[in-house]
Design a protein around this ligand. Sequence first.
Ligand SMILES: [Fe+2]
Length: 42
Amino acid sequence: MDIAKEEETHVGEFQALLLAHDKEQEKKLEEGKKEVNELLSD
Ligand SMILES: [Fe+2]
């Protein structure tokens, strides 16, 4: 469980780096969020 919690932080670190270095990342995050919301609403 400790390792799983650390990985949740690693996701945040990776996301912060992508947002800092990839101009397209904000758009991609929104696209991903939309896809998941569509799957969850089925
Ligand atoms: Fe990790």
